[in-house]
Design a protein around this ligand. Sequence first.
Ligand code: ADP
Ligand code: MG
Length: 269
Amino acid sequence: MSAHAAAGELDAMLKRLHLPTIRRLYPELAIRAEAEGMSYRVFLEILAAEEIAHRAETRITRSVRKARFPFLRTIEEFDFTFQSSVRLQMLGTLLGPELVAEGRSAIFSGPPGRGKTHLAVAIAYRAIQNGFEAFFTSADELIGALSRAAREGRLEAALEPYVHPHVLVVDELGYQSYAADAANVLFRVVSIRHLRRRCTLVTTNKPLAALGQVLHDADLAEAILDRLLERGTHYLLRGRSYRTRHLKEDPVRFPEDDALHLSPGDARV
Ligand code: ADP
Ligand code: MG
């Protein structure tokens, strides 16, 4: 091959090497480099850096789509002044790579509109930015899909999407009344993830002490909480609902059942 490959050939080679960003940027950068007397090293460095940056962006977009978040919210968008029962420093280990490296988990409980889902999504999104994969599901969806799979004798395969991702969000545990085997299938997911030291983020509107009743099995509910809280923390979100913050009076008043919410892993004790 000649020292100077024709533009078409270079294009084809970059395509074959899967370097679409370099392929897109090099003609213009080459003109600039010549005009500015840019060194070969800098020229190459700029192109390599652009390719890497674009790849990271594409990966994040793809992973966010795969995670199936109901909405995308970041930790920067969370108003810790409005929701003062949790502080940003308290979430420290959930926002860095140690979330996955150390298999941290978290339970966010509290009445509706307190930012439980927002925080879980923001933490999972941060994990994606840190290079990991996340998956969001409602407790209802997870229990429904796995109960059905268990009845049809294909539970093992059906568990895969829930046990595989580095971070799993199980949203709204306790909003629905569940079938008799709900505790069983949820326990399977939580215990496999616990063994693999994978992060699980759970949101619930119920006090933790009520989960036995919600899941129709006090022992399994306790076993689930035990595993989640071994390397995890319980955050109780209180205060007013962000959704109805414009109203003078809180339209829905919840009994202050903090005693029921508290647990050994509670961040507030
Ligand atoms: P929950 O899951 O506790 O019912 P969400 O997390 O879905 O509540 O919050 C409801 C809406 O209010 C979402 O759009 C969320 O982004 C927003 N929100 C809640 N709390 C805050 C907060 N402290 N700062 C900013 N936005 C918030
Ligand atoms: Mg929610």
